[in-house]
Design a protein around this ligand. Structure first.
Ligand SMILES: [Fe+2]
Length: 100
């Protein structure tokens, strides 16, 4: 490993560009498909929320696969977001359970 900070930063930037280019270029700024179905009872709203959280979880898992062994910081970001999305999925699933 090169001990000079400037070279390490430049190498990290090159790796970052490689990760970005490997993922097909810079991310799109357009929004994805909206999940709104215009159903407004609480179960339907919660199911839509669960679908949204599950899709987010799948995206962060895909990010983790893309960044694995390519960028520690992006891997850590993906892992942190996966943990967060797993928590959200769990919370929505709890809300969907019936209390009889
Ligand atoms: Fe979430």
């Amino acid at each position: 490993m090169d001990a000079r900070p400037g070279r390490r930063v430049a190498a990290a930037r090159r790796r970052g560009r490689g990760v970005r280019d490997g993922a097909g270029g810079p991310p799109s700024l357009s929004i994805g498909k909206l999940l709104e179905t215009r159903h407004h009872d609480i179960d339907q709203i919660l199911r839509e929320a669960l679908e949204h959280e599950t899709q987010g979880l799948a995206c962060y898992r895909a990010l983790l696969e893309i960044t694995r062994d390519a960028s520690i910081s992006l891997e850590e970001y993906a892992r942190k977001m996966i943990a967060s999305e797993e928590m959200h999925v769990s919370e929505v699933e709890k809300m969907l359970r019936r209390v009889d």
